[in-house]
Design a protein around this ligand. Structure first.
Ligand code: FAD
Length: 398
């Protein structure tokens, strides 16, 4: 039986950062992961360049049954702290859009940073390890049976992430540990994920797969995003759609404004007086990709008329179609392509200062396994860093 001060389950963003910070406080730390590589999601993230944080981190960009839970950690370890750390490792970065910060070169640099920090903390790493059994002894010690070795610790940190991308090692391990120790788990679902569409509408829109347009999109609860939408061979994707997917529930519509920056009434009036014989289709092709306009006509969402033939009822209807197109997704592409998992370990059981379970001393949950889900754009990695840092401070003080 090998003894550690801290055992961290999961060598992802949160687990590695927490282990490094705890180790640097003199604690003997073990990180266990089922994969053969550390930080697999980091390597995949941001198209290989890792969108590691966002300039505009704020609690309102996080979804949780308790919207206040994330505030303390985000305020104590901020985006500026992580940007400083990135600077210490001479990692060059750039802002892409909306405050999203990416490595200039490669996501590997963030993994290297985390591994260098772990080395400073003399962290032990066990990859390709399954946790075959986990018990809490009445002495307060956690006993873990791993393949090949048994370990014990008084502090167990669960950083095993959510369910998205099972191909990258995602498992429900963290939720099962929570339940084993009497903590409830908020229902989980795939988030930051493309929508799939029903057959008839998909058949038409498939033809424009690859077309992207700037839109606003509203969820049923009024949440709105203004970004671009991409038509795909399965449905809808692009940043606007990924963002709104976190606020969508099956059976609901999302409302899309295809012309968010145009007063469409005035546009039609001006076009009609200048080019009365122009077809509506060709007129709208000044605003939208022509293939999209053709598809909207094919779906009978727009009438096939000239501008002078357009009557006021049709004009009203077309304005509604273009500015408030109600789309009912069939579903989402699910965990296979989702960037994150909504829901998770119920924050009511955890301290927002230390991330320790209130009723289970020595048991901690950090990162995505917790019921805190960020927007697209570096918010989820910042949650990993902030929750990991706050937890590590508590481990050092305990
Ligand atoms: P993870 O990084 O998922 O780490 C969990 C670790 O636990 C994994 O290594 C896993 O192998 C291990 N594990 C799981 N189960 C077990 C088990 N039973 N036993 C042992 N080990 C186990 N967020 C951003 O902010 N910016 C981005 O650019 C971005 N891009 C993304 C791109 C993709 C393709 C994906 C899938 C996600 C992206 N995200 C991004 C989200 C971000 O990757 C996650 O929110 C973040 O990695 C969560 O960190 P974590 O440490 O909590 O979990």
């Amino acid at each position: 039986m090998e003894k550690f001060d801290v055992v961290v389950i999961g060598a992802g963003a949160a687990g590695l950062f927490c282990a490094a910070q705890a180790g640097q406080q003199g604690l003997k730390v073990l990180v266990v992961d089922n994969g053969k590589k550390v930080g697999r999601k980091i390597l995949m993230s941001g198209g290989g360049r890792c969108n590691f944080t966002n300039l505009y981190i704020e609690p309102a960009a996080y979804i949780s049954a308790n919207p206040h839970f994330c505030k303390s950690a985000l305020a104590r370890y901020t985006q500026w702290d992580f940007i400083d750390l990135v600077g210490k490792y001479n990692i060059n970065w750039h802002e892409k859009t909306l405050g999203q910060l990416f490595c200039d070169d490669s996501a590997q640099q963030i993994v290297d940073l985390l591994m260098a920090e772990c080395e400073l903390g003399k962290v032990t790493l066990r990859l390709r390890s399954e946790i075959l059994d986990l018990q809490r002894h009445e002495s307060g010690e956690y006993l873990l049976k791993l393949n090949g070795v048994n370990v014990s610790t008084r502090k167990l940190v669960v950083a095993s992430g959510g369910l998205s991308m099972p191909g990258l090692g995602a498992t429900p391990f963290g939720y099962k540990v929570a339940e084993q120790f009497g903590l409830s788990v908020k229902p989980v679902s795939a988030a930051l994920v493309p929508f799939t569409l029903h057959k008839p509408i998909l058949d038409t829109l498939q033809q424009i797969s690859g077309v992207a347009v700037p839109i606003t999109v509203d969820a049923a609860d009024g949440t709105r995003f203004k970004e671009s939408m991409l038509f795909t061979h399965r449905g809808l994707s692009g940043p606007a759609v990924l963002q709104i997917s976190s606020y969508w529930h099956p059976g609901q519509a999302v409302t899309i404004n295809l012309v968010p920056d145009t007063d469409i009434h005035s546009f039609i009036e001006a076009q009609r007086s200048e080019h009365p014989n122009l077809s509506l289709k060709n007129s709208l092709a000044c605003l939208l990709p022509k293939r999209l306009v053709d598809s909207l006509v094919e779906l009978s969402l727009l009438p096939e008329v000239t501008l002078k033939q357009l009557n006021s009822r049709q004009q009203q209807q077309l304005v509604e179609q273009l500015t408030a197109w109600a789309v009912y997704p069939n579903g989402t592409e699910g965990y296979r392509t989702a960037e994150v998992t909504l829901g998770g370990v119920d924050t009511q059981h955890l301290s927002s200062q230390t991330f320790e379970a209130r009723d289970v001393p020595g048991l901690y949950f950090i990162g995505e396994v917790v019921d805190v889900t960020g927007w697209l754009g570096g918010y989820n990695f910042q949650w990993a860093w902030s929750s990991a840092w706050a937890c590590a401070q508590a481990l050092g003080n305990a």
